[in-house]
Design a protein around this ligand. Structure first.
Ligand code: ADP
Ligand code: MG
Length: 325
């Protein structure tokens, strides 16, 4: 049954010769929602996105948008927009010219709309600049304005922030989220960066070797990673058996800050490394029967490598792995 609104990918497989790049993937995305497709390099994210765009033909399965089967519908008739890691701007056109171009190919011309779009992406006043004079982040903002110009039914983003440095990436991820929400844009963003996924999306689909391994709301996925590899890819620092931490047995994912130095802690270990930050001290601690795990101490607690420390578990910074919810 096709959903009447939004995107529905139904058991899609994409092959390149004998290589299966996307393997029987099914997912849905409601109108106005943002889905992050997260997974390591080579797992098939771009191929899946290209199949949705119509740039790859699935060897099996179907893709629907607003209930309509896209199989016979050409790329430019889908009403989707694409944005890539490198925004692929026309350097011979001005910033405004790049955005205007996207309107013009659809038979529209509106300087007012161009100005609104540039304002939306935080580039008011940049109209006459040449893209060659912009920073990487500014170029991606222009690319976003251009992608949104035609009010796409679906925006497909392939690692849109990956070429940027980490600080800029975090800021643009935040702005991207606000812009997508403000415009009510339905979007699929492919990324290998879990922080980017958490900053931008409402829902997540985790891929590995062409297959979908887990999907759901951000909190849902974060609270119950399907297996150890998923937990580590989502940004948990380690997975241990709960029983070694005095918890119920079974795999438990720990955030970097799940173990906290505390004089009355139930666990003890030897500090392997210390790295101070203004707010807290990050440690690696060898805990007997557990191995080397990340821990934190308040910045006021002086901790030295080689020292024996006691640790307490902050259960709010853990998740059960593979738990049936
Ligand atoms: P990701 O975007 O997750 O890094 P891709 O979707 O680009 O991964 O690629 C998935 C797999 O499919 C990789 O093994 C890649 O080498 C292969 N692949 C992608 N495009 C082609 C192609 N046009 N021809 C042959 N193999 C391809
Ligand atoms: Mg890719």
């Amino acid at each position: 049954m096709a959903l009447t609104s939004g995107l529905q990918v139904d058991q899609v497989t994409v092959r390149f010769g004998s290589h299966i790049a996307v393997d029987d993937v099914s997912l849905t995305l409601g109108a106005g929602q943002v889905l992050a497709v997260l997974g390591p390099s080579g797992c098939g994210k771009s191929t899946l996105l290209r199949a949705v765009a119509g740039l790859e033909r699935p060897s099996a399965g179907r893709i629907f948008f607003d209930g309509e089967d896209l199989a016979g519908i050409a790329v430019h008739k889908r009403g989707f927009a694409l944005m890539f890691q490198d925004g692929q701007l026309f350097d011979h056109l001005s910033v405004a010219g790049n955005v205007e171009y996207a309107l013009r190919v659809r038979g529209q011309r509106s300087p007012k709309r161009v100005a609104e779009l540039l304002e939306l992406v935080g580039l008011a006043g940049y109209s006459d600049r040449s893209p060659t004079t912009l920073s990487g982040g500014e170029r991606q903002r222009v690319a976003l304005a251009r992608a949104l110009a035609a009010s796409p039914r679906l925006l497909l983003l392939d690692e849109p922030l990956s070429a940027l440095d980490p600080t800029l990436r975090a800021r643009l991820a935040h702005d991207l989220r606000e812009i997508l929400v403000a415009t009510g844009t339905t979007a699929v963003m492919v990324t290998h960066d879990h922080e980017e996924a958490f900053a931008v999306a409402d829902a997540m689909a985790l891929m590995r070797s062409g297959r979908l391994v887990q999907s759901g709301g951000l909190n849902e996925v974060w609270a119950a990673p399907v297996d150890e590899e998923a937990a580590l890819f989502l940004g948990y620092s380690s997975v241990v058996d709960g029983s070694v931490l005095g918890q119920a047995p079974g795999p438990m994912a720990l955030r970097r800050s799940a173990l906290v130095v505390s004089s009355d802690g139930a666990l003890s270990g030897v500090v392997k490394s210390v790295r101070g930050t203004p707010e807290l001290t990050r440690l690696e601690v060898e805990v007997r029967g557990v191995g080397v795990v990340a821990a934190v101490a308040a910045a006021s607690v002086g901790v030295l490598a080689g020292q024996e420390v006691r640790l307490t578990l902050d259960r709010t910074r853990t998740a059960r792995v593979g738990a049936v919810s």
